[in-house]
Design a protein around this ligand. Structure first.
Ligand SMILES: Nc1ncnc2c1ncn2[C@@H]1O[C@H](COP(=O)(O)OP(=O)(O)OP(=O)(O)O)[C@@H](O)[C@H]1O
Ligand SMILES: [Mg+2]
Length: 272
């Protein structure tokens, strides 16, 4: 097992990240009094439950897949398991590299205890290479490698179709404070550095991704939601093959296989 990835920022990971033993679920629940309570929210990809402790929630990952603001619906068999496990591993990697996250404990293959936050209603998107809505919006081809990563925000508001906005708009709308948006941007770029280096070692190019942040009761900003092939564009570094939700969005076929493959790359690298 390697102790560190050799990058300017030294992306640290160790066996503790990998050996995130699921452990004895019943014992964990007893210890932390993490009984699954009321269903608080059912989203497109996850269900969120209350627990006995108001500071924690249980997230349960589904196989349901949607795209284009819910216009396209389907199922990707096994996706919930992969997204749960991948998100948990990556959040632990990020925590070790300076990005605090909501991850607490994996209960089983689909369920995880997380710190409860008030979600900041912004989707934070970092891009390294042109793709998706960026390519469409600016009339450029996919695959242009940017000299520097970009950041963009969209307002999490389904009725409005999650419109794009800039940080001044977010301030004007009272969605965040100046300090918060600075913290969010700093963390988002750090997530990019850490994950780009990590995926590179798996033979995968991190094209772009979306993250969400939230506020703990004391106002601290932490990374929340998920990091998975649903929320990242991941291309095979050699062939350019898409190993993410674009296979579902664009009917490219081999969706389940792509999710299995990307998870396999991650676990093989961590174990290797
Ligand atoms: N730690 C957390 N505390 C509270 N809410 C969270 C936390 N992590 C994620 N969430 C929220 O839980 C929901 C997860 O469900 P899912 O990803 O299925 O939602 P969604 O269909 O994408 O909808 P949304 O438009 O609300 O993001 C999201 O609304 C997400 O913002
Ligand atoms: Mg979501």
């Amino acid at each position: 097992m390697k102790a560190a990835i050799d990058t300017p920022w030294r992306v640290m990971y160790n066996s503790a990240v990998v050996m995130n033993a699921v452990g004895d679920t019943a014992d964990l629940r007893r210890k932390k009094r993490m009984n699954k309570g009321e269903l608080l929210y059912e989203g497109k990809a996850k269900k969120v439950y209350e627990t006995d402790d108001p500071a924690y929630l249980i997230v349960s990952y589904k196989d349901d897949a949607t795209a284009f603001n819910g216009l396209k619906k389907g199922t990707i068999a096994g996706k919930g398991v992969i997204n749960n496990q991948m998100s948990n591993l990556l959040m632990q990697l990020l925590e070790k590299n300076g990005v605090p996250s909501h991850f607490v404990e994996e209960l089983n293959e689909r369920e995880t205890v997380v710190k409860r936050v008030k979600i900041v209603p912004l989707e934070v998107i970092i891009r390294n290479i042109s793709a998706g809505s960026f390519a469409k919006r600016y009339g450029v081809e996919e695959g242009i490698v940017f000299a520097e990563p970009t950041v963009e925000f969209s307002y999490k508001n389904d009725d409005l179709g999650d419109p794009l906005l800039n940080s001044y708009h977010a301030l004007a709308l009272g969605l965040v404070t100046k300090e918060e948006i600075a913290t969010i941007e700093k963390y988002a770029f750090r997530v990019n550095e850490v994950l780009k280096a990590f995926w590179k070692e798996c033979g995968v190019t991190l094209v772009d991704f979306k993250v969400e942040f939230g506020r703990l009761a004391d106002g601290t900003i932490i990374l929340a939601d998920e990091i998975s092939p649903d929320t990242c564009r991941l291309w095979d570094s050699e062939t350019g093959k898409k190993l993410d939700k674009d296979r579902f969005r664009r009917d490219l076929g081999g969706v389940e296989d792509a999710y299995q493959e990307i998870m396999g790359r991650l676990t093989a690298h961590i174990k290797g």
